[in-house]
Design a binder for this molecule. Structure first.
Ligand code: ACO
Length: 426
């Protein structure tokens, strides 16, 4: 028997049966109820209970703390694969075989350099510009260099521009970082893999050849894998929404970067470190927790719209922290973070609201140990999230169900007033 939802409106005596498919009803079917001349709609600020697409990319079970890319558990990917392997998986639906992986890696390597003229755009930013604004503006500017990105219905053009963007993000991020430090840019080196090359472009100084500790390269791979996609989060929703008016990948990714920058989303990693620095020592944690409970501050890096359990990414990052600290030395703020987490997992305020550490809670400590200033933290999130945005963009473009994003509103303002001449206004 087909699953249905019966709705009855006693005020008008109207009834309807709505089909339930995939645990949802189609919102447009509610329109059959006429409410004083208005079709019935749903009110859902922040999309708390509204699905906007079918997607086969990322699966999350927030209650159980499960995250899978294309069906593969995140912990297995973090243990065995590289970031580029995962990017291929997100984009193509299957893990690459050795030939496919070698081919994909060489395509990405080929597209790492930035257009020369973009370097003059970078030179125009103030020396203390936030690197996320440099990233956002430069990614939008890529469209001027690669206008074929508007041919997104052509799979070859779409794939070329996805490769370009994934390849260039680390270069752009490293250039933004070195600009802030007034250091000369280091061009990509084809002999390095994706993460090693990124570290070299960031940190190479006078040495002839920069060699990163393999444990740090692996930590970077793991962080990139964990941040690659997270289904319909705020920035992915921005990417899809901007794509819905027929935009190129660069314009959409630039919107995604803007959304990611906010402290309630990707900017939380920067906010966590600021919070830890303000608390400074373990003995000041109880006072901070009281402030959180009194609603004066939020515990950054805690809570999630979807996870009502420990974020599986935070578990893996917590393990990576120890590996990185083996190379770099221990950051004393780790003890503050662990004490905050202890309170968070035991105190009734957090337990009742099911608030657990999220992906951003420990990542900032690793980034700081690697030598990054806090304003680079969200940039380090944006680089790998580009593959998720690209996969979601591709899925959106090829999804015949999709339409231009255009939510409804409930109008609460004045209606049809007569214009008041200036001399008659108070
Ligand atoms: N600290 C203290 N209280 C919190 C926190 C927090 N970090 N997060 C949620 N709460 C409380 C709220 O005050 C609210 O309490 P109330 O019911 O008494 O009013 C309740 O928990 C529900 O919170 P909402 O804000 O309604 O939950 P929502 O799903 O809208 O927000 C969000 C999720 C934005 C992630 C929120 O938990 C938050 O602000 N966390 C801190 C910022 C952060 O770490 N963001 C990164 C998320 S991961 C990512 O985007 C990559």
């Amino acid at each position: 028997m087909a699953d249905i939802l019966q709705i009855r409106r006693p005020a008008s005596g109207t009834e309807a049966e709505l089909a339930i498919t995939e645990a949802t009803i189609r919102a447009t079917e509610l329109r059959q109820f006429d409410i004083g001349g208005e079709p019935l709609a749903t009110f859902d600020p922040g999309f708390m209970n509204t699905a906007v697409c079918h997607s086969a990319i990322t699966y999350i079970d927030g209650d159980a703390g499960v995250l899978e890319y294309r069906g593969y558990p995140i912990a297995e990917l973090a243990e065995h694969s590289t970031y580029l392997e995962v990017a291929y998986l997100l984009l193509n639906g299957e893990l690459p075989n050795p030939t496919q992986l070698a081919d994909w890696e060489s395509q990405v390597t080929e597209h790492r350099t930035l257009p020369d003229k973009l370097k003059t755009v970078l030179a125009g930013f103030p020396y203390d510009a936030h690197p996320m604004t440099i990233l956002m503006a430069s990614v939008a500017a890529f469209y001027s260099f690669y206008p074929d990105a508007r041919n997104f219905d052509d799979p070859a053009a779409r794939s070329l521009n996805i490769t370009r963007l994934i390849a260039k993000m680390p270069t752009l991020a490293a250039f933004a970082y070195r600009k802030g430090k007034a250091r000369p840019y280091v061009n990509p080196d084809d002999s390095y893999g994706y993460c090693h090359n990124f570290l070299a472009m960031l940190f190479k100084q006078a040495e002839r050849r920069y060699v990163a500790d393999p444990r740090l390269i692996r930590a970077m791979e793991v962080l990139f894998i964990l941040h690659a996609d997270h289904e319909q989060n705020c920035s992915t929703n921005a990417v899809r929404s901007v794509a819905s008016s027929g935009n190129d990948l660069y314009t959409c990714a630039s919107a995604g970067i803007g959304a990611l920058h906010g402290p309630l989303h990707g900017g939380a990693n920067e906010a966590v470190l600021k919070m830890l620095r303000e608390i400074r020592t373990v003995d000041r944690v109880p006072e901070f927790i009281e402030g959180v409970k009194a609603g004066k501050v939020r515990m950054m890096g805690f809570g999630h719209r979807v996870y009502k359990n420990y974020d599986p990414r935070a578990k893996i990052i917590k393990k990576s922290v120890e590996d990185v600290f083996e190379v770099t030395g221990v950051n004393p703020l780790l003890e503050v973070a662990k004490e905050l987490e202890r309170y968070g997992l035991e105190d009734e305020y957090f337990v009742k609201r099911r608030l657990y550490p999220n992906v951003d809670f420990y990542s900032g400590l690793i980034y700081e140990a690697l030598g990054f200033p806090p304003e680079m933290f969200t940039v380090l999130f944006a680089i790998p999230r580009t593959s998720g945005w690209a996969a979601q963009y591709q899925e959106f473009i090829t999804d015949s169900e999709q339409k231009i994003a255009r939510p409804k509103q409930i109008y609460t303002g004045s209606r049809t007033r007569s214009y008041v001449p200036m001399e008659e206004r108070d």
